[in-house]
Write a protein that binds this ligand. Sequence first.
Ligand SMILES: Cc1cc2nc3c(=O)[nH]c(=O)nc-3n(C[C@H](O)[C@H](O)[C@H](O)COP(=O)(O)O)c2cc1C
Length: 169
Amino acid sequence: MANKIIKAIHERRSRREFTDKAIAGDDLQEIVRAGIWAPSGLNNQPWRFVIITDAKIREELSATTHYSHIVLGAQALIAVFLDSEVVYDPVKDQQSAGACIQNMLLAAEALSLGGVWLGQILKKKEQVCQILDMSDRYELAAVVALGHPAHYDQKSNRKDLNHFILKTL
Ligand SMILES: Cc1cc2nc3c(=O)[nH]c(=O)nc-3n(C[C@H](O)[C@H](O)[C@H](O)COP(=O)(O)O)c2cc1C
């Protein structure tokens, strides 16, 4: 695979096991910077972030999801919110958040870090917002768990390309 961006897209995997090594603050900034360069409808940039490295808060958040082991093992969490004061279309704003999160996951890999998109935690989003002391203005879109990968053994698969292409006209 010649193109490095396409290679990065193919090689990104959800990383769920991490070492104890802390993530440099500059790397977290770089990851968020990659996120904000995602496209958004009308360029409204609806994403907002809470960056969490505090061990006590991570522990509190771990109780809000089935994936508590991932939250506990991650060295940093980035909670991604939509700002209700700038959103303009529920579907498009969520799509923008998705693009932002994918950019952050790719940036993490590029920095030799790894991450996973946590969506199941949305079931307890009110509790998450309470722990993070967020006002009603912000709606949780996802939490990204980050760390130095403990290994690179993750496997994933995709159905054959032809499964997805409905028509070529
Ligand atoms: C909207 C969304 C929600 C997800 N929620 C979770 C989650 O709560 N826990 C988890 O371990 N992985 C979660 N994932 C990661 C998927 O399980 C993962 O992307 C999928 O299995 C494909 O694996 P890959 O990312 O390694 O290619 C989520 C991914 C997306 C896009």
